[in-house]
Design a protein around this ligand. Structure first.
Ligand code: MRU
Length: 353
């Protein structure tokens, strides 16, 4: 039986004029609290400050966020104005995860020249339907990724992961963690090594919390311990999530992922990525075009609010890095596994062949 026990990271409360409810992930693991958001600025702030985070969850929050904005609408023209402005604002919140612009684009696809054809209240109902569908589909894709990847985890394995690609980061269940939940449901015994994931500790705060709740054995390590743990023979595979995957398989994920992939190669350990089709950006030939979010210096010069470096020190704080396709053994998607990772295989699997 599944031990999966993570509450929904994103929920919609009420009808088309309802509001967004999120688990405030910045408070975990000490407090599990939800916040209610009823305007676009609050949704923008929640995404920027990582109250909601993880590529698919950001996409879902962005989709519902568009609807939140239209609560104020007084006419169809006004509705259309708000929608355009909200899309621009929300798209600017975080640049790397393509799921955000993908979800917003999908919400807007109904409009174009046809807005005036219906009263705006009907458009709001349609937006709610579409955002709910994006959420339901994401949940289904996560389950399917779990199914396609679970057999890779064998009894006795040590599995290393970086950041949080679990239920908190998606509609439910996760991407990389879905593979683990599914293997656990099959009765496989394995241990997860969770990188703490400096600077914001998504591995320590979120992955360690999620997996412990599910009863999956998990050992927390500092990021700089991964090489030693691999050398000691404790890791048999690596699975991580993704924020954007280019047409050739180059994959952006949380800063530090590229380093883990290099270490895995040096120790001859297979390195897998798990991601839904909504994380692929086939408009980019390779990873060089992926925008990398730069975050504020205090995330590095402080630790949980306590300054730990000289106040005026120069800091570099890219939130993501790109792992080149040749370092990736396979990509687990809801449509099946892409292995080896080549442009042709990506196109074939995403097309459903
Ligand atoms: O900055 P974050 O916490 O949003 O970064 C999240 C990650 O890098 C995840 O690994 C990725 O979004 C995949 S989540 C299924």
């Amino acid at each position: 039986m599944s031990g999966y026990k993570v509450p929904l990271s994103v929920t919609w409360v009420g009808g088309p004029k309802g509001h967004l409810r999120l688990i405030d992930q910045t408070l975990l693991p000490s407090r599990l609290e939800e916040i209610d958001l009823a305007d676009v600025e609050s949704v923008f702030e929640a995404i920027v400050s990582l109250r909601v985070r993880g590529a698919p969850a950001i996409g879902i929050a962005g989709a519902f966020g568009l609807l939140v904005g239209t609560r104020e609408a007084t006419s169809t023209d006004h509705f259309q104005e708000i929608l355009k402005a909200s899309a621009i604002r929300l798209n600017a919140s975080r640049p790397t995860a393509v799921n955000l612009s993908w979800a917003i684009g999908r919400m807007l696809k109904h409009f174009g020249d046809s807005v005036s054809l219906l009263p705006f209240e009907q458009w709001q109902a349609l937006l709610l339907e579409e955002a709910s569908l994006i959420q339901t589909e994401d949940h289904e894709m996560c389950r399917a990724m779990g199914d396609h990847g679970q057999e890779l985890i064998k009894d006795g394995f040590g599995v290393l992961t970086h950041c949080n690609a679990g239920g908190l980061a998606t509609a439910a269940y996760g991407t990389a963690l879905a593979v683990m939940y599914r293997a656990h449901e099959q009765g496989r015994n394995f241990r997860v090594f969770a990188d703490e994931t400096r600077p914001l500790l998504q591995g320590a705060r979120l992955t360690a919390w999620e997996l412990s709740k599910a009863g999956i054995p998990v050992t927390l390590i500092c990021d700089n311990m991964a090489a030693q743990v691999m050398k000691e023979g404790k890791i048999q595979m690596v699975i991580v999530g993704a924020d954007r995957i280019a047409a050739n398989g180059d994959t952006a994920n949380k800063i530090g992922t590229y380093g883990v992939a290099c270490l895995a190669k040096a120790h001859n350990i297979p390195f897998y990525v798990a991601a839904p089709s909504s994380t692929f950006d086939l408009t980019l030939a390779d990873g060089s075009g992926i925008p990398i979010e730069q975050r504020k210096s205090t995330e590095v010069s402080s630790f949980q609010g306590v300054q730990c470096a000289p106040a005026d020190i120069d800091v570099y704080n890219p939130a993501f890095d790109v792992t080149t396709a040749e370092l990736i053994r396979g990509i687990i998607t809801e449509k099946g596994r892409i292995e080896p990772v080549t442009g042709a295989n990506i196109a074939r699997v995403l097309a459903g062949n």
